[in-house]
Design a protein around this ligand. Structure first.
Ligand code: PEP
Ligand code: MG
Length: 586
């Protein structure tokens, strides 16, 4: 077997080496097998046993997910159970076993295909979305019917594996939490897609946008995932393996090299302090965040709460989750971002056609304004939780003061309701906005008068400024954080915020990249919020440079014309100012 090197988009740093497991959603091929008249009851019994066994498996899986991650995540499987209990489907299979005298697996796979076809052609988007649940459950039943049941399944995995998938859904990545997954690699996705963000919070290397990796790898092939360079090496030659093994141990040794500064402030040599906060996707990450010495949570992406389930989260559920996070992080602040639905963050429990959610579609506040019932429920939960710690709240994707006023009006109504019911909340809770679209930058002077803080979301600001889809691997080379247009917008936002003396933070992926972080310090960003994994490296960088040098770098960068020149300049300066920072982990 010869070595194959596949190039993708680096999504989460680090190196992993191990056997591949293809998270395969394709159909199983079921050979035709005729049965005798006398075997009919046996086949029917086998089919019924397979259904029971599958139900048991789902129950175990549900319990595991519920224990590991909380009850609401386990509800992903409710739809699966409904399919298993569908009388029409079951009776159809039994009838056909009798009439066609074919094996249970052959009949079932035929009936299943028919169902999948019907579901995938349904007009109603919500029901169409259920197609993958139907195929998923079908595969599980088939595996319990087919003897050569040797295929690996994600929920039975106990060895350490590299997960290879066409795409990973939020429920796939969430169910990897607390598992011994070595790394993952996907055919599609860009640097800031939710899969990349999730990989970082799980602390595993990832490469996305590999185009056809799933077709070029077999289960159990040895693979190397190089999350720094965005490479997936299949069946590595002994020499390659040797190089990567020593590189991996070198990285491992380096991993703890900054642990000694965990409790020290992120202050530059000339005394300029940057607040270092963490991004949070799942409440289960809080202990890890504390371990990395974060001074709070700068972005709590609450969409994950809404995603892995078949219904909407209740106010009470949200209240309990927000309260717990706030309590565990106290006295540090927790910045809860209100629902940012849309783009790559799709919520299946709402029966809204998916094509209404593209990046320029019905997203974030536009959705919340149209569905005040859902929005109010979240605002109420946040406000109620605000007395249990230090909660700040921010709105995503604000386009300008008009939209801000509309959502603040809803906030006032919710506060009024709580006052009427004599329910306590923090009346001084800070409310900020994310600056993620160019119109918010252009109106930042106006917005700054009406909010307590800004948080720049560069993941989106870059895509909306450069007209480059952030999750499209074909566009990865055009997605330029160093673009002069992007840097100028950041500078304008900082200036507008500082003029009104409000804090300007940044919570996109840019601030976890040392070169870009140096530039951001120079541009005047006060606070970084990032995945905790790279936090100490950034702190070390901050503690190794002078603010005035970073400012000089930013001034020079703002005069340059291309992203490439700016990146080169940053590399040069960081190598001069803090040569110990650029390490193999990125
Ligand atoms: C951003 O856009 O930079 C951001 C932090 O938000 P998200 O990645 O969740 O869209
Ligand atoms: Mg965003």
């Amino acid at each position: 077997m010869s070595e194959i090197v596949l190039k993708g988009v680096p999504a989460a740093p680090g190196i992993s080496i191990g056997p591949a497991y293809i998270l395969d959603k394709q159909e199983l091929i079921v050979p035709q097998r005729e049965i005798l008249e006398t075997e009919i009851p046996i086949e029917i019994a086998r089919f019924e046993e397979a259904l029971i066994k599958t139900r048991e498996e789902i129950a175990v899986l549900q319990k595991k997910i519920s224990d590991d991650m909380g009850g609401q995540h386990a509800q992903i499987f409710e739809a699966h159970l409904l399919v298993l209990e569908d009388r029409t489907l079951i009776e159809d299979v039994i009838r056909q076993i009798r009439s066609t005298k074919q094996s249970a697996e052959f009949v079932f796979s035929g009936v299943l295909k028919k169902y999948v076809k019907v579901f995938s052609n349904i007009q109603d988007e919500y029901l169409r979305e259920r197609t993958s649940d139907v195929s998923d459950i079908g595969r599980r039943v088939l595996k319990n019917l087919i003897d050569e049941n040797k295929l690996l399944e994600l929920d039975h995995l106990n060895g350490e594996l590299v997960i290879i998938a066409h795409d990973l859904s939020p429920s796939d990545t969430a169910s990897m939490f607390n598992r011994s997954i070595l790394a993952f690699a996907t055919d599609i996705g860009g640097r800031t897609s939710h899969t990349a963000i999730m990989a970082k919070s799980l602390g595993v290397p990832a490469v996305v946008g590999l185009k056809d990796a799933t077709l070029r790898i077999s289960n159990q092939d040895t693979v190397i995932v190089d999350g720094r360079m965005g490479l997936l090496i299949v069946n590595p030659a002994p020499k390659t393996l040797e190089i990567y093994k020593s590189e991996k141990s070198r990285i491992q040794e380096l991993r703890h090299r900054f642990d000694d500064i965990k409790d020290l402030p992120a202050t530059t040599l000339d005394g300029h302090k940057i607040d270092l906060l963490a991004n949070l996707e799942l409440p289960e990450e809080v202990p890890m965040i504390r371990q990395h010495g974060a001074e709070g949570i700068g972005l709590y992406r609450t969409e994950y709460f809404y995603m892995n389930r078949v219904d909407l989260p209740t106010e009470e559920e949200q209240f309990v989750a927000y309260k717990e996070v706030a309590r565990k992080m106290a006295p540090y602040p927790v910045t809860i971002r209100t629902l940012d639905l849309g783009g790559d963050k799709f919520i299946s429990s709402l029966q809204i056609p998916r094509d209404m959610y593209p990046f320029l579609g019905w997203r974030a506040l536009k959705f919340c304004l149209a569905r005040p019932d859902i929005f109010k429920m979240q605002l109420k939960a946040i406000l109620r939780a605000s007395v249990h710690g230090k909660i700040r709240m921010m709105y995503p994707m604000v386009s300008g003061p008009g939209e801000l006023r509309s959502v603040n009006k809803i906030l006032t109504e919710v506060k009024q309701g709580l006052d009427d019911d004599k329910i306590h909340y923090d009346t001084d809770m800070q409310v900020g906005v994310m600056i993620e679209v160019p119109s918010a930058v252009m109106t930042a002077d106006l917005l700054s008068k009406e909010v307590d803080f800004f948080s720049i979301g560069t993941n989106d600001l870059i895509q909306y400024t450069l007209a480059v889809d952030r999750v499209n691997e074909q566009m990865a080379d055009f997605y330029e954080p160093y673009h002069p247009g992007v840097l100028r917008l950041i500078k304008m936002t900082v200036d507008a915020g500082h003029k009104r003396k409000i804090s300007v933070g940044l919570c996109g992926e840019m601030c976890s990249e040392p070169l870009q972080a140096l530039l951001l310090i120079g541009l005047g960003v006060d606070q970084f919020s990032m995945s905790p994994v790279g936090m100490l490296q950034i702190k070390k960088m901050i503690r190794s440079v002078k603010f005035e040098d970073a400012q000089r770098l930013a001034r020079a960068a703002l005069k340059m014309a291309t992203a490439r020149e700016i990146e080169e300049l940053c590399k040069l300066r960081l190598a001069e100012l803090a040569p110990n920072i650029l390490n193999p982990e990125k």
